[in-house]
Design a protein around this ligand. Sequence first.
Ligand SMILES: *Cc1c(COP(=O)(O)O)cnc(C)c1O
Length: 418
Amino acid sequence: MHDFKYKNNHLYCESVKIESIVKKIGTPCYVYSHNTLVDHFTKIKKAFKDIDPLVCFAMKSNDNLAVLRTLVKQGAGFDIVSVGELKKVLIAGADPQKIVFASVGKTEDEITYAMKKGILLFNVESLPELDEINRIAKKRKRKVKVALRINPDVEAPTYSQVVTGTLKNKFGIDLKTAQKIMNMTKKYTHIVFSGLHVHIGSQITEGEPFVKAIRRVIEFQKKLAKDGIELEYLDIGGGLGIIYKDEKPQTAKDFAKNVLPLLKKTGLKIIMEPGRFISGNAGIFVTKVLYVKDNGVKKFLIVDGGMNDLMRPTLYGSYHEIVPLKKRTGRKVKMDVVGPICESGDYFAKDRMLPSLKKDDLLALMSAGAYCSVMSSNYNMRGHVPIAFVKGNKFELSRKRQTFEELLDGERIPKFLK
Ligand SMILES: *Cc1c(COP(=O)(O)O)cnc(C)c1O
């Protein structure tokens, strides 16, 4: 479900005609829907209402301030992966006691800052990191709550770049090491072992890998309980898949049906970290046709957006549906949709059947709310594109287009070259 629909042959976001946004802010740009965000957040909350979980939005999927503010207002918590994200989400008004911090490479500065702000949990990904957190907490005479991120060694069918839950991946702590840690908790004088965490990857459409991973972690928790170690939280991560093309992902309800019985039995407070499930279908990327090129072998639709603005196709070979803002009928032809960047990998679609299009036609790349704008770069001296945020019949610019001057900011020619 999302709020990008045609009305009288023009694409709308909620009640706003997207062409009217383009008129104001130009292309390329992103457009986000408030209602879609709220709807997906609510779907999870409702499906799991029996256990009232803390839903921590994975803000690395979309860290736009309007998005964060919308979710803060819904009572969401946040899953962060850097101190930059922490600072940003606090500006959006997040409650530190609803923030969990994962990352395999937390620095001393990051740990110290998060500690001072009083976040809920550090999701610890290695033994040396645990030593480091203990040392820093001791130095500051504090006690901090941690959850061990367990690597359950469960393979999930998704693209290889986003699998995180096998021992070939850098994430989490293997069960043997976790047991070793839990056998020497006394050594960690400034750590409160509060929970277990698991996150096996992203865009996982099936239910089974989640069940398998959660079962493994719960088995471990039971063993700990037998040894007299009581925990408070079980954080089951994110990774729920969404529809880009013809996937049939499990719904929030399916997911709940699969895992609720397991979770209830633990008696622990459940934390969830959905990112893509909430933000993925809440955004689109809008781009304009510059040229139509036919080299006798292939047809290319050259647009003004590039891989620096949206790199999922380049990075993962992933699919985004492409539709014209003004609906077209008539014969479809096969073409590559490519950007202006000087890289062969700069494409949005290959051999895509699209209606006949011409210069200045506007296109939307659908499902561009997660892992799109956040990954954008300034490659080829291109500024970040603007973001329009829509709520009902209103929209506002939530991020302006980066100017040339801003791109140069902080860079200079060394004196000895002058
Ligand atoms: C990326 C990430 C998530 C969110 O993943 P989605 O696939 O967007 O739901 C949740 N938890 C952790 C630890 C992550 O790294």
